[in-house]
Ligand binder design. Structure first.
Ligand SMILES: Nc1nc2c(ncn2[C@@H]2O[C@H](COP(=O)(O)OP(=O)(O)OP(=O)(O)O)[C@@H](O)[C@H]2O)c(=O)[nH]1
Ligand SMILES: [Mg+2]
Length: 328
């Protein structure tokens, strides 16, 4: 697929807008501030739950994989560096007492790390559960005793629980491989499983999190299966990400249409994802709500222009976003 950079495309489009030069400069400066944002996501879960598979399916392939050094304390963590985005692939629990203690310590220390602005370094923790496994005891331990107590305020905003390998949940029976989705029996089973995970977390911590189930897919020689509900998972990740950081996620996600194609039909996730990007641009760049308030002067006050000029700009940005992200 042709490689189109969201920031390049938007800045090109802004330059063609019929507004004054000084105003363009402000728009472009605000866009640049979005481009300079950084995001850190921790991906954790038991061995074999599908952390690597999920990263490979969801993000662009030129991901640089770097072990974080020879220090035996942290060498279990793999650091993936993308454009302004770092993925911390950290083992969960279930590898034996000694390893578990080390992993828990590493996770806790990462969760308490601060960036240069004094904010928590890790924006979001994605906990991956193995949907094919009956015993999720170590995952509850990880979520309830290690992660949640170390999330600070607004815990629900910084954690996402995702049940992977949903195709294998009933030993692979009831997976409709022609349409790459669960049949009605498996759907019911998975809905109940998600509800039971939710209950276990709520009972243990008081925090209410609705897990999502999905499949990262696989490739095994000639055999391969596309992901399922990966757009839904991305949609939820974006919902859990501060608006000004969302375009950084956009620029790093896979350009392969087939990885995003198959999802449940509760929402049009592709449309929702695009809309959230448009919102981000309009809010941050046009209105300057998140980054600098000067922009109001371009179109007059927000009150005057919403539904008029800003509406027009939103529509215009929507067109640009839609043409770039055609695969969602
Ligand atoms: N059927 C099926 N298999 C999957 C899925 N996701 C991952 N797998 C397979 O599960 C195995 C483990 O996946 P990985 O992505 O390596 O898991 P991981 O969490 O990175 O494991 P470690 O790095 O060892 O902790 C691999 O053989 C994957 O192909 C899925 O959604 N469905
Ligand atoms: Mg792995």
């Amino acid at each position: 697929m042709e490689d189109r950079d969201i920031f390049q495309e938007l800045s090109k489009a802004f330059q063609e807008l019929d507004i004054g030069e000084a105003q363009k400069v402000i728009l472009l400066e605000n866009l640049h501030k979005l481009q300079e944002q950084n995001i850190n996501i921790m991906i954790t879960g038991a061995t074999g739950s599908g952390k690597s598979s999920t990263i490979n399916a969801m993000f662009r392939q030129e991901v640089a994989k770097v072990g974080i050094g020879v220090d035996p304390e942290t060498m279990d963590i793999t650091k993936y560096t993308l454009k302004n985005m770092i993925l911390w692939d950290s083992p969960g629990l279930g590898d034996g007492k000694e390893a578990d203690t080390r992993h828990a310590k590493n996770i806790i220390s990462k969760l308490n790390e601060r960036d240069s602005d004094g904010n928590a370094l890790i924006d979001l923790v994605l906990v991956i559960l193995d949907g094919g496994s009956r015993d999720l005891g170590t995952s509850y331990e990880l979520i309830n005793s290690v992660i949640i107590p170390n999330l600070g305020d607004n815990k629900e905003k910084r954690i996402l629980v995702a049940i992977n390998q949903c195709d294998m949940a009933m030993k692979g029976k009831h997976w409709d491989s022609v349409n790459n989705r669960p049949d009605s029996v498996l759907t019911k089973f998975l809905d109940e499983k998600a509800e039971s995970v939710r209950r276990r977390i709520r009972e243990g911590t008081g925090v209410d999190i609705m897990p999502v189930y999905y499949s990262a897919g696989y490739k095994d020689g000639d055999e391969q299966q596309a992901p399922y509900n990966l757009s839904k998972l991305l949609y939820l990740i974006i919902q859990h990400t501060p608006k000004k950081k969302r375009l950084i996620i956009a620029q790093n996600t896979s350009r392969k249409a087939e990885v995003w194609r198959d999802n449940d039909e509760l929402k049009n996730y592709g449309e929702e994802i695009r809309r959230s990007f448009v919102d981000t641009v309009v809010e941050s760049v046009s209105r300057g709500a998140d980054i600098g308030g000067e922009i109001g002067s371009i179109f007059g006050t927000v009150g005057e222009t919403v539904g008029m000029v800003v509406g027009g700009v939103a529509g215009f940005i929507g067109g640009v976003v839609k043409s770039i992200f055609s695969w969602w």
